[in-house]
Design a protein around this ligand. Structure first.
Ligand code: PRT
Ligand code: ZN
Length: 305
């Protein structure tokens, strides 16, 4: 479109996304669902939004909060684990104002956990007193230790944290876990969750220039719409009007349903509702038990609140 100028234009929005890793596919999928069309060459560090004044920068996930903090990028998609670690590091250096977390996103879930070797007797946080803990998250771990009044040595590593206890570099670890299979393979077991993490959208601490504000607003609204649609269902059913109260209670996470009289069907009505949660077979069976018939559950394609 002609109104959008070249990719180097300072008036185009810039969003930082992980270049290659666990967040990359879901981040790009989110932007595509927001309507962004782009072409991405192999090893390309930046790609140009063809139908929006929005460019995507591909970087290491650890660099995303810095780029947003320094206002090089207006927005970023990154895990809460990295966000918290960086936020604490910036705070320790008295950096301010800080980048903001705008919205949590439904991908990249994992937990930052204390994990101990087989045979380590872990009861509660006090079991960590005087121990050496290997991690790539020294700030989040130190905060946890402080909050629990524990004096322990934080051994900062840049990777392969799981093997630190076997190498004698630490007594236990604090690392990210999703399925737990890496812990098991390294003879470690989960002891305590320090932080629940998922991807999130962050924004610059600086005011967005006037020329970029309209597209920022539209993009944030679309991201919110995409997130709301995930897991949402549209449900349609027929029911006697007398059963409406019971049926409304059964519809998971729905706001005021639409009730439409059915021509020539006495007191029977059609009920349409958006359910903000998944609808399970059990719910359909309960709806039927409450008098519902012709129950249809449909996926929601797009939603704008
Ligand atoms: O190169 P770059 O720095 O960008 O990538 P990276 O290697 O730092 O990150 P990457 O791609 O591994 O992860 C990016 C983000 O995904 C993380 O910051 C988290 O927010 C999120 N995420 C979700 C995870 C995991 N799940 C995860 N399981 N990040 C890492 N892991 C690792 C964990 O460190 C451990 O080594 O996977 C292993 C454990 O997995 P399970 O399934 O065996 O428990
Ligand atoms: Zn990283």
């Amino acid at each position: 479109m002609r109104e959008f100028q070249g990719a180097g234009d300072p008036m185009r929005l810039k969003i930082a996304v992980q270049k290659s890793g666990r967040l990359t596919d879901s981040s790009l999928d989110l932007l595509s669902r927001c309507g962004l069309k782009y072409s991405r060459g192999k090893d390309q560090l930046m790609c140009y939004g063809e139908n929006m004044p929005l460019d995507v920068l591909f970087v290491r996930d650890d660099d995303i909060p810095d780029l947003v903090q320094e206002d090089v990028c207006d927005l970023g998609l990154v895990g809460l684990n990295v966000i918290e670690e960086k936020r604490l590091a910036f705070q320790a250096r008295d950096v301010g104002p800080l980048f903001e977390t705008v919205q949590l996103l439904d991908f990249g879930r994992c937990r930052l956990c204390i994990a101990v070797p087989d045979g380590f007797a872990y009861e509660d946080a006090r079991s960590l007193q005087g121990r050496r803990i290997a991690t790539t998250y020294p700030n989040v771990l130190s905060r946890f230790l402080e909050e629990n009044g524990i004096a322990a040595e934080v051994v900062v590593l840049s990777g392969s944290v799981e093997i630190a206890p076997r190498l004698g570099r630490a007594d236990l670890i604090c690392d990210l876990v999703s399925t737990g299979s890496t812990l098991a393979a390294n003879h470690l077991r989960h002891a305590h969750t320090v932080l629940e993490s998922q991807a999130a959208l962050i924004r610059t601490p600086m005011p967005i220039p006037l020329q970029k504000q309209e597209w920022t607003r539209r993009l944030l609204m679309r991201i919110d719409g995409v997130e709301q649609v995930k897991g949402s269902k549209y449900i349609m059913l027929h029911a006697p009007r007398s059963a409406l109260a019971a049926i409304a209670k059964l519809l998971p996470g729905s706001e005021a349903p639409t009730v439409i009289p059915l021509e020539g069907r006495g007191d029977r009505v059609a009920v349409h509702a958006v359910c903000r949660e998944n609808v399970f077979w059990e719910t359909l069976e309960d709806l039927k038990g409450a008098g519902a018939t012709s129950v249809l559950v449909l996926p929601v394609e797009k939603m704008l609140a």
